[in-house]
Design a protein around this ligand. Structure first.
Ligand SMILES: Cc1cc2nc3c(=O)[nH]c(=O)nc-3n(C[C@H](O)[C@H](O)[C@H](O)COP(=O)(O)OP(=O)(O)OC[C@H]3O[C@@H](n4cnc5c(N)ncnc54)[C@H](O)[C@@H]3O)c2cc1C
Length: 477
């Protein structure tokens, strides 16, 4: 269920093992959040991810799988990411020399003093790390937290960091701290290796090619990927799934199966059970929340806007939180060298001021920020723009989310023949590599292994600190 990277990976691995499988996808396309959208214009074709997606993982098996699937379309991309705040640019992830230069000698002294005080206090009277605010302050001290983390996190989550769980920080940046950033600045990394921070793999024609190529492979191996086939009911006999009802263009259809793998939103899955899940499970699922994202895609007649892979925009007067320039990832994302494009990411919730804006207003807003606030482009360089809405893109780790999640997962894990995978499928802030890993392990379980999918993305170590050798011929992967 679901033809995002997770669901497709399960079916791809099963297809390679000769097991019959069918992928049921609600949308008319594959790729889910990791898809690439094509836009034809008079100038030619522009391509846009739903916010730039880079491939990175410490897991060699997953890297091999990625290379196998993307094959001759593989590119290595150098990453330059920066934070824009109060008119200044700072490297991201934080490089300490650059960050301290941006905040000046007095700001640096305050940051260092604050950090030392926090560490000392934690040594003498250790406090539990509960909220996102606690976690950032523990790692970077109050001054750097306020400058570099608070405003952006609040844009992403739409809530004060004191209301969000520290788990997110633990999953994203454990092992990163002011101390490791200083160490990194003093002891530069060995020239023979690169960190996951500096380079990443990317498919030449957009990240969505990963999913499209898996789908092609599944079909070529004799299995099916059914689009416009949204799952509306999951039929069960006790704790065994007997089949699902899908909604197709020709009406509802019952699809039988022996084993089921779901990447559809976990909160939705428990609400479409027939007979229904117990009321306390449905209540628990309803307590889990999420954030939406809208990407605004601008097509621009200009060679380049920024050198950045990503630019994180902290200023509150600029409504989007992050932007990227697809051409900096792959030249094939734009129709020719005289063109470029920009994707701006707006984090929002159903019913809030951003979600309620029309697509035209969002495009206007973005052009206004690009021209007047960031001073990146002239208005007449924009040859077109459109918005893409992606609901439920971010499972939200709001304080107290753990208990309802446990109730929901306990119910699902009691099924004999149902495994949950992916990002919203497991309600875990999984990147594509984790989503693919859960898909891979679910398939391996069906082939006789006994893997615990819940251990994926649970190591709580910073994802980006493994140093991986770069291949001799990067273009060949
Ligand atoms: C802005 C942004 C940037 C990101 N950047 C990166 C990055 O740089 N690197 C990275 O690795 N990851 C990144 N990610 C995360 C990545 O997008 C996800 O990890 C990945 O797409 C999750 O794959 P999935 O298969 O679990 O879910 P999804 O991609 O969400 O796919 C789920 C699929 O299920 C389908 N579906 C839903 N309901 C039903 C139903 N009832 N019946 C049938 N089908 C259904 C959906 O249509 C969808 O196709 C980013 C995400 C966002 C939002």
């Amino acid at each position: 269920m679901g033809a995002g990277p997770g669901g497709l990976c399960s079916a791809y691995v099963l297809s390679k093992a000769g097991v019959p499988a069918v992928v049921l996808e609600k949308a008319p396309f594959v790729g889910g959040l990791a898809r690439t959208i094509k836009k034809q214009t008079e100038a030619g074709e522009f391509k846009f991810d739903i916010g730039g997606h880079r491939w990175f993982t410490k897991n060699d098996e997953l890297n091999d799988l990625f290379r196998e699937i993307v094959a001759e379309e593989l590119l290595w991309v150098d990453r330059i990411s920066r934070i824009y705040f109060d008119g200044k640019y700072v490297d991201y992830p934080l490089k300490i020399s650059n960050a301290l230069k941006a905040i000046g000698p007095v700001g640096s002294a305050v940051a260092a003093f604050d950090y030392a005080r926090t560490r000392l206090r934690q040594q003498l009277r250790p406090q539990p790390i509960v909220s996102m605010e606690d976690a950032y302050i523990d790692q970077f001290g109050p001054a750097l937290y306020k400058l570099f983390f608070e405003r952006y996190s609040e844009k992403v989550w739409g809530q004060p960091c004191s209301q969000m769980s520290g788990d997110w920080v633990a999953q994203r940046s454990k092992g990163m701290s002011l101390v490791t950033a200083v160490k990194d600045a003093i002891v530069p990394s060995n020239g023979k290796v690169v960190s996951l921070i500096d380079n990443f793999m990317y498919p030449r024609n957009g990240f969505g090619r990963l999913s499209e190529r898996m789908a092609d492979g599944i079909v070529a191996m004799g299995n099916q990927v059914r689009l416009n086939a949204g799952v509306e009911r999951v039929h069960r006999d006790g704790m065994r799934v007997t089949g699902v009802t899908i909604q197709t263009g020709d009406g509802p259809e019952f699809v039988e199966g022996d084993e089921f793998v779901s990447s559809v939103p976990l909160t939705y899955l428990v609400q479409i059970m027939d007979p229904p899940a117990p009321p306390e499970v449905i209540e628990a699922a309803k307590k889990l929340t999420f954030r939406n994202i809208i990407t605004v895609n601008l097509m621009i007649r200009r060679r380049q806007v920024t050198p950045d892979t990503w630019l994180y925009v902290h200023d509150r007067n600029i409504l989007f939180g992050r932007l990227h320039e697809p051409k900096n990832w792959s030249p094939a994302m734009v129709p020719g060298d005289e063109y470029t494009s920009i994707v701006a990411e707006y984090f929002c919730s159903f019913g809030d001021a951003i979600w309620e804006m029309t697509d035209e207003q969002l495009v206007d807003q973005t052009v206004g920020h690009m021209v007047n606030d960031l001073k990146f482009i002239a208005r007449d360089e924009v040859i077109g723009g459109f918005a893409v809405r992606a609901p439920r893109a971010y499972p939200a780790y709001v304080l107290g989310y753990e208990a309802p999640l446990q109730v929901t997962k306990r119910f699902i894990s009691a099924f004999e023949n149902l495994q949950i995978i992916g990002r919203y499928g497991t309600f875990r802030y999984n990147n594509t590599d984790h989503s693919i890993e859960t898909g891979l392990l679910a398939a391996k379980n069906l082939l006789g292994e006994h893997n615990d999918l819940d251990r994926v993305n649970a190591d709580q170590e910073y994802h980006e600190i493994k140093r991986v050798p770069r291949p001799a011929n990067p273009a060949a992967g």
